[in-house]
Design a protein around this ligand. Structure first.
Ligand SMILES: [Zn+2]
Length: 492
């Protein structure tokens, strides 16, 4: 089901608009009171400050109401759920291309570059249709939920059918992704991506769209904007209670500067996040300089695409001036360290960007692995490898990138902290697993960020609703089978 009614299905996740729908937020513990849920966390990092002990957390209507540390277990109200381990706010995966999950492992045989990897990626893209994409994305988002992700930013450019022929509903693919997120229990920001040209040759001349790339293109930015309007965001950019519209400029390779303004205008009109790939590869910079006499960051700045609502993805190969442009405009930078390593992109200047004023978020991008704890720690580990120094980013800064900063850059600033009024998202990481056994309470956050993995996440609550319990996804119970089934036809 991928029609408009599918996109409106709200039962997957309780968003802020779900406040009037208590049925969406009452789990099996509904006996605690009508629409009220309570957890007692052995340890909790609330999104700022130190780890606190014995934290009583109460939510109703999908929103935290009270958060009280140092509550002895013997005085918690009946029906309160015990949470051993360390409880965190929900994690935000700020950069995803769901279908890239099909390439996991298979592109690791042999050698190659970013550009040879991209050819394999296009083969998979060429095989997807709305039904198969729904099935694949549901499974991929369920894998994210198991890893503690409560919100995904889907950078979506596979819009049209073979040959670039629009589906009868030209947003059928986007609606499939919105439905997939609901069925996997995640919030989604659908970053509807403008993608118009095949690329830039190193001498700066534009290259035509390849047959697969035709599926990405609306022809021009005005038609991209018409299609986005037909997707039907409300005046606040909401597409469903769990889904928000965002916009994206694929890159300076795929959108000429003269076509960027409609995308920027839409971001302003809806107050919607604007994302773009930036300087992932040196060849992109070289071609951009040849074409426009400026770096990609300067081209995007000239189009009005930088600012606090904007997020630049990768930002790996930057000049000093680029860093000042991004930091000075408070543009967020989304780092995707596992993908950047898998694709041999390079190590970006995370420390310099943060020092210049850019908030940092993280994403699993190509899904070579889906593990936000791994992404977060690699921000610091890459900085160590590049600088020869330890400790530029502490555990709280890295956790903040994976939580509050990620949600904010996806247009959900009301998520990512465990504080009254925030969306009731909780991720619990057990500390008695083989990787984390022996963790000290005083450094539990350091243990989880620097040694924890997605496999240590046991319980995930999104908008007050259980999505993962005891390491089991409640909506997609046999996830390995769902992944196998959806991936097999794409790789045949
Ligand atoms: Zn990407």
């Amino acid at each position: 089901m991928t029609g408009p009614e599918a996109a409106a299905r709200p039962e997957g996740v309780a968003g802020p608009e779900a406040a009037g729908r208590p049925e969406a937020v009452v789990g099996p513990e509904g006996a605690a009171g009508p629409g009220i849920r309570r957890w007692h966390a052995e340890l909790a990092w609330l999104g700022r400050g130190d780890v606190r002990s014995r934290v009583l957390i109460e939510a109703s209507g999908g929103v935290f109401r009270t958060v009280t540390p140092d509550v002895p277990p013997e005085v918690v109200p009946p029906g309160t759920e015990r949470r051993p381990g360390l409880t965190l706010p929900g994690l935000a995966n700020a950069h995803s291309h769901a279908f890239h999950r099909a390439l996991r492992g298979i592109t690791e045989a042999g050698q190659g570059t970013f550009w040879t990897w991209r050819e394999r990626m296009y083969q998979v893209a060429g095989r997807l249709a709305p039904d198969s994409y729904l099935e694949l994305a549901r499974a991929v988002y369920a894998e994210m939920a198991l890893a503690g992700v409560t919100c995904v930013g889907e950078f979506h450019y596979l819009h049209h059918g073979p040959g670039g022929v629009p589906y009868s509903d030209p947003n059928e693919m986007g609606r499939a992704l919105i439905q997939a997120a609901a069925e996997a229990g995640l919030r989604i920001t659908l970053l509807d991506t403008c993608y118009l040209t095949g690329g830039l040759a190193l001498d700066g001349t534009p290259t035509p769209l390849s047959p697969v790339q035709q599926r990405f293109s609306d022809g021009d930015a005005a038609r991209w904007a018409d299609r986005l309007a037909a997707l039907g965001p409300d005046e606040h950019g909401m597409l469903a209670p769990h889904a928000r519209a965002g916009v994206a400029i694929h890159s300076v390779r795929a959108v000429p500067p003269g076509q960027m303004h409609p995308v920027v205008d839409w971001s302003h009109r809806l107050g919607a996040p604007l994302h773009a790939h930036l300087s992932e590869q040196p060849a992109e910079n070289e071609a951009c300089l040849a074409a426009y006499g400026a770096t990609p960051a300067r081209v995007l700045d000239g189009a009005g695409a930088l600012g606090p609502r904007s997020t630049m993805v990768h930002a790996t190969h930057l000049t000093r001036h680029d860093i000042e442009l991004l930091g000075g405009s408070r543009t967020c930078v989304c780092l995707c360290p596992t993908t950047e390593a898998f694709l041999a992109d390079g190590i970006g200047p995370a420390g310099a960007l943060a020092a210049a004023g850019s908030p940092l978020s993280v994403g699993s991008d190509s899904h070579a692995v889906i593990d936000l704890l791994d992404e977060a720690r690699r921000v610091e580990l890459d900085e160590r490898l590049a600088s020869g120094q330890r400790g530029r980013f502490g555990a709280a800064a890295l956790a903040g990138a994976a939580t509050a900063a990620g949600h904010t850059c996806l247009g959900w600033p009301e998520a990512g902290e465990i504080v009254p009024g925030a969306l009731a998202d909780l991720v619990t990481v057990r500390l008695d697993t083989p990787r984390l056994a022996g963790s000290a309470a005083s450094t539990a956050l350091e243990s989880v960020i620097f040694a924890g993995t997605a496999a240590d996440v046991t319980d995930v609550v999104t908008g007050g609703r259980d999505v993962v319990r005891g390491g089991q996804h409640l909506l997609v119970p046999d996830l390995p089978a769902a992944l196998t089934q959806s991936l097999r036809p794409l790789l045949a």
